[in-house]
Design a protein around this ligand. Structure first.
Ligand code: BES
Ligand code: MN
Ligand code: ZN
Length: 518
């Protein structure tokens, strides 16, 4: 999406849609909160015939967050043409957060997209304590995410996706006299992150028939080719030679064979020491539950059971595009979990890549089984400085945290704190929960080293404790995104479907690591 940054505020606007942030302020006389326009808008309004003043005088619009009023100016302002004006509420200006700015940008771009308008201008909101550079980034992010649609299967596209045109050409208007280079850089980088998040959304939204494990590998290769990542895919005999028995077991029921996908960004400066950062993703392209088959209502949503993998692809794409000076490796365990005559069964015992044996007590607990091999490979092959896995791992995480937070756990408090802070910075909230010795005990099998499912109690942590058995002493964190990867709730920058959760947070975390090393 093309986004430019201009100074001169609203007087520089020429667009099919001009979006103006309106805050809600308590009036000096009464207590009722009323709308307040940013500087410079009043004089623009006069030149447009006073349509804004008239609308505000109606009392219909208070400037509450995401409140909207669309206006059609009667007369053009000089040479500039402004087709429509959207008043978009941002609430209390003194309490404005970057997330509110992101939502504002999302609302603005969503409106333009909905109305098929090509030229969008957004007047940047200003809030106390918010740096203009950070605002430019949040606005750009919101706009790219808010313009996203998944409609590639509509014969007559109502609009496109990140790859086909459809997103409006956008200008961010700042009322500033100082230089814009910092703002431009911030907006440019935000566009890269948000477009990478949209790539992750495209992957997660893709139906199982469109994106089986080999399809996911093909898309990873395409992203690699476009951005200069290294990509390697192991399948069939290579997986057998590599002893990926757990991954192979989960994929055995499907006609679409499993794949281990490795994406590598070799951005480290010469002479930097230690292993890479490893990002590991669960890539179940469709989870029927296998022989322990799921009930049919909602089963179709399990096409997004590769959202962890999608976040890894998105984060690597951003790291490469931004040329971050650090070595990052993404590892994806891709398989389809199906019931069939060749499927793995309840009661089976698998000897995983690590040598640890796993008794399969429920074929629907497949994510941890494929991750066992992927984590073991990451640890032994790359000796990472730190490792994060992302997985739509348990229904229990959805019940515990809903769509509002990702469940985080691991073996390293400092790493968990880094990730929590990265999530705060990008508004991808994380709840850190413990892994207790009792959680692991629940996962010990009477006949094998581990079993893949325990009782329902503590389901998020018992899954985490299982994974911990495969990471050795590598600093590691596990993010259960079962609740946050998919949404049915519309927000200014999300609508029904995949959220692409994790991409922005991972990029923020990798960047913080770059800072630490510098
Ligand atoms: N992919 C599911 C978890 C899931 C559920 C993700 C809902 C997103 C939304 C996972 O493979 C699964 O089936 N987990 C089981 C584990 C159980 C059998 C121990 C679950 O949570 O029920
Ligand atoms: Mn499952
Ligand atoms: Zn699953």
């Amino acid at each position: 999406m093309k986004i430019s940054v201009k100074s001169g505020g609203v007087s520089a606007a020429s667009a099919d849609l001009l979006v103006i942030p309106v805050s809600s302020e308590p009036s000096k006389t009464g207590n009722k909160a009323g709308p307040r326009l940013p500087q410079g808008v009043a004089s623009l309004d006069r030149s447009l015939g006073g349509v804004i003043a008239q609308a505000l005088a109606s009392g219909d619009f208070q400037g509450r967050p995401d409140q909207r009023m669309l206006l059609y100016p009667a007369s053009p302002a000089g040479q500039k043409s402004i087709g429509r004006i959207l008043l978009l509420g941002i609430g209390d200006r003194n309490a404005l957060t970057l997330e509110a700015v992101r939502r504002f940008g999302g609302g603005a771009a969503g409106e333009a997209r909905e109305r098929k308008l090509r030229r969008l201008a957004i007047l940047a909101p200003r809030g106390r304590g918010l740096r203009a550079e950070a605002c430019a980034g949040a606005l750009a992010e919101g706009a790219v995410l808010g313009a996203y649609r998944y409609d590639r299967f509509k014969s007559q596209p109502r609009s496109g996706t990140v790859r086909s045109p459809g997103a409006p050409t956008t200008t961010l208007l700042f009322d500033l006299s100082e230089g814009l280079s910092g703002l431009r850089k911030s907006a440019r980088e935000a566009v890269v992150c948000a477009e990478s998040q949209n790539v992750a959304r495209d992957l997660s939204n893709a139906p199982g028939n469109e994106l089986p494990p080999a399809g996911l590998a093909r898309e990873a290769r395409r992203v690699a080719r476009e951005t200069g990542l290294h990509c390697r895919v192991l399948r069939g005999a290579e997986l057998e030679r590599g002893k990926f028995s757990a991954l192979l077991a989960v994929g055995a029921g499907s006609a679409n064979p499993p794949q281990l996908i490795v994406l590598e960004h070799r951005g480290a400066r010469k002479g930097s020491s230690g292993g890479p950062l490893c990002l590991v993703g669960k890539g179940i392209t469709f989870d029927s539950g296998g022989i322990s088959i799921k009930p049919s209502p909602g089963m179709g949503d399990m096409k997004h059971d590769m959202s962890g993998a999608a976040a890894v692809v998105g984060a690597l794409r951003a790291a490469a595009t931004l040329k971050l000076p650090i070595h990052v490796v993404g590892i994806i365990a891709a398989a389809e979990n199906m019931p069939s005559g060749t499927a793995y069964r309840p009661g089976d015992v698998i000897r995983s890549r690590s040598g640890k044996t796993i008794e399969v007590t429920n074929t629907d607990a497949e994510g941890r089984v494929v991750l066992a091999d992927a984590l073991d490979y990451a640890v032994k092959h790359y000796k990472p400085k730190a490792m994060i896995d992302l997985a739509t791992l348990t229904g229990a995480a959805m019940i515990a945290f809903g769509p509002w937070a990702t469940g985080a756990m691991g073996n390293d408090d400092a790493l968990l704190e880094e990730i929590r802070q990265a999530g705060e910075a990008t508004s991808e909230r994380m709840c850190v929960i413990p892994l207790l010795p009792e959680h692991l005990k629940e996962m010990i099998s009477p006949i094998a080293d581990l079993k893949n499912s325990g009782a329902r109690e503590g389901g998020v942590s018992t899954a985490g404790a299982f994974l911990q058995e495969f990471v050795g002493d590598t600093p590691w964190a596990h993010l259960d995104i079962a609740g946050t990867g998919w949404t049915n709730r519309r927000t200014p920058y999300h609508r029904h479907g995949a959220t692409g959760v994790g991409v922005r947070m991972l990029v923020a975390w990798v960047r913080a690591r770059v800072q630490q090393n510098a």
